[in-house]
Design a protein around this ligand. Structure first.
Ligand code: ZN
Length: 428
C-alpha cells in the first residue's frame, strides 16, 4: 500500500516536471543571469568541464584586455543548445570556433547560444576570442584583482557561471614587465614574450566559478615555509617596518589554522598550494579563493599597540578564510541559496581555532552581544525569513545576505552542537 501510494506520487511528480520543463526552455530564450532552470538543465547535461584562459593585460588600465578561452565540455544530450554565460556587450565577442572552424552563434540576455547542430555527443571544445569585461577586474593604476563571487566571473570571460559545475582552470596571463601575478594554481612558467611577461599557472583542481581568482601588478612578495608547506604573501604596503613587525604572526596564524583544520576534519589541505594576496581597500575582509586567498590589507599590518580586539579580529579572519578551503571550496553548495552554510561553518570553525588563544576574553558574552540583538531584530518582525531561502536566479544572490544568515544561523549552529554534542558534530 505504501509503495503504491508512493508510486502514484512519483508519477504525478514526473508528469508535473515534464509539463514544467516543456513550458520553460532555458536553452532557447534564457533569462538574464543564471536561472534555476538553466542551472538544473546544465547540471544534467554537462560534465568534465575544463577551461584554458588567456588574458593579455596592458599597463594602462583603460586599454581593453584581450582574451581567449577554450572550453572543453562533455555533452550528454544534444536536445538542447549550449548556453554559455557572458555578462558583457555583444560587441566584446570577437569570434567563436569549434574544431578550428568559425561558427555562427546568437547572443541573447547575457548568454552565448550555440545551436546543437554544431555540437556532438561527448567531448566538445569551444574556443572563444573576446574582450574581457572590466566590471569585476578592479583595475587600478599598476595592479588589478578579480572578485567573482557570486556570479561575476561571467562579467570577465565566457563560462558556465554556476557553483555546481566545478571545472579545472589553466590560466595564462600576459602582463607588463616587472609585474607579479598570483592565481589559484601555482606558477608553472614565466617567460619573456615580445616586450611583455607571460605567466602560466598550473591547472587547478576542480573548483566553482565564483572561486576563480587572479591578481597581477606591482606587488611585493615574501615566501616562508610553515609546517613543510611553502606559502607566499603578496602585498602592496611600502612601510617595511610595519610589514616586518607582522610577518611572523601572519604566517604563523595561517599555519596554525591549516594544522587545526587538517586535524579536525581528518582531511589533508584539499588544494595544491596556499598563497594569499593583501589588497588595499579590498571589498570584504577576505575571499576564500583556493590557493590564493585575497584579504583586505588594512586588517593585516597592525600597529605595535594594536588592541586585543584587532589582534583577535585578524586571527579570526585568517581562520575563517582558511576554514573555507574545506567548508565551501572542497564541499560546495549546489546552488547559492545554501550560501549560509559555508559562512556559518567557516565562522563556527574559526571560533574553535582562535578562541583558546585569547583566554582573557569572555567569548560567550561576546557571541551573545554580536548575534542575539540583531538576529531578534529581524526574526521577531513580519519580514523574517527561513535561513534557507528561495533563489530563482543567481543574479539575485546578493539579496540573501543579512542578519538571518550572519546572526541567526550561527545561533542555530551552536544550538545544534549543544543538542547532539561536540563529537557528533565533528564526526558529521
Ligand atoms: Zn566567508
Amino acid at each position: 500500500m505504501y509503495k503504491y501510494f508512493l508510486s502514484v506520487k512519483l508519477l504525478i511528480l514526473i508528469v508535473g516536471l515534464a509539463l514544467l520543463s516543456s513550458c520553460k526552455q532555458p536553452t532557447k530564450n534564457p533569462d538574464k543571469g543564471v536561472s534555476f532552470e538553466l542551472n538544473q538543465q546544465r547540471k544534467r547535461t554537462l560534465s568534465e568541464i575544463s577551461y584554458q584562459l588567456q588574458l593579455d593585460i596592458p599597463a594602462d588600465k583603460f586599454t581593453p584586455i584581450n582574451g581567449r578561452v577554450g572550453i572543453s565540455v562533455n555533452i550528454n544530450s544534444l536536445r538542447d543548445n549550449l548556453i554559455i554565460d557572458f555578462n558583457e556587450d555583444a560587441s566584446n565577442l570577437i569570434k567563436i570556433q569549434i574544431d578550428d572552424k568559425e561558427i555562427p552563434y546568437t547572443f541573447f540576455n547575457e548568454h552565448i547560444i550555440i545551436d546543437s547542430e554544431y555540437l556532438k555527443n561527448g567531448l566538445n571544445t569551444v574556443v572563444i576570442d573576446f574582450m574581457a569585461g572590466d566590471l569585476s577586474l578592479n583595475r587600478n593604476e599598476d595592479y588589478l584583482y578579480t572578485l567573482f563571487v557570486p556570479d561575476r566571473a561571467a562579467t570577465c570571460f565566457p563560462l558556465f557561471d554556476q557553483p555546481n559545475l566545478k571545472a579545472t582552470y589553466e590560466i595564462t596571463l600576459t602582463t607588463p614587465v616587472g609585474w607579479e601575478a598570483v592565481s589559484n594554481g601555482a606558477i608553472k612558467e614565466v617567460s619573456a614574450k615580445s616586450g611583455k611577461t607571460e605567466i602560466k599557472f598550473e591547472k587547478t583542481k576542480p573548483i566553482s566559478s565564483y572561486l576563480v581568482a587572479f591578481a597581477a601588478g606591482k606587488f611585493n612578495k615574501v615566501s616562508r615555509v610553515v609546517n613543510d608547506r611553502s606559502m607566499t604573501m603578496y602585498y602592496r604596503e611600502t612601510d617595511s617596518v610595519k610589514v616586518k613587525r607582522n610577518l611572523d604572526d601572519i604566517f604563523d596564524l595561517h599555519g596554525k589554522s591549516l594544522a587545526w583544520l587538517e586535524d579536525y576534519t581528518g582531511i589533508d589541505y584539499p588544494f595544491d598550494k596556499f598563497d594569499f594576496a593583501l589588497i588595499p581597500s579590498f571589498q570584504y575582509g577576505g575571499m576564500e579563493h583556493p590557493g590564493s586567498i585575497f584579504y583586505n590589507e588594512s586588517s593585516f599590518f597592525l600597529d605595535e599597540k594594536a588592541s586585543i580586539n584587532r589582534r583577535m579580529g585578524r586571527a579570526s579572519l585568517i581562520a575563517h578564510e582558511t576554514a573555507h578551503m574545506w567548508f565551501g571550496d572542497l564541499v560546495t553548495m549546489d546552488w547559492f541559496n545554501d550560501v549560509w552554510m559555508k559562512e556559518v561553518f567557516a565562522n563556527f570553525m574559526a571560533a574553535k581555532i582562535v578562541q583558546p588563544s585569547f583566554p582573557e576574553i569572555d567569548h560567550n558574552l561576546r557571541f551573545l552581544l554580536a548575534h542575539y540583538p540583531s538576529a531578534y531584530e529581524v526574526d521577531r518582525s513580519a519580514g523574517a525569513n527561513p535561513i534557507l531561502q528561495e533563489l530563482s536566479n543567481l543574479k539575485n544572490a546578493g539579496s540573501l545576505y543579512g542578519a538571518i544568515i550572519y546572526q541567526k544561523a550561527p545561533i542555530v549552529m551552536r544550538h545544534l552542537e549543544r543538542k547532539i554534542g561536540v563529537e557528533l558534530v565533528q564526526k558529521g
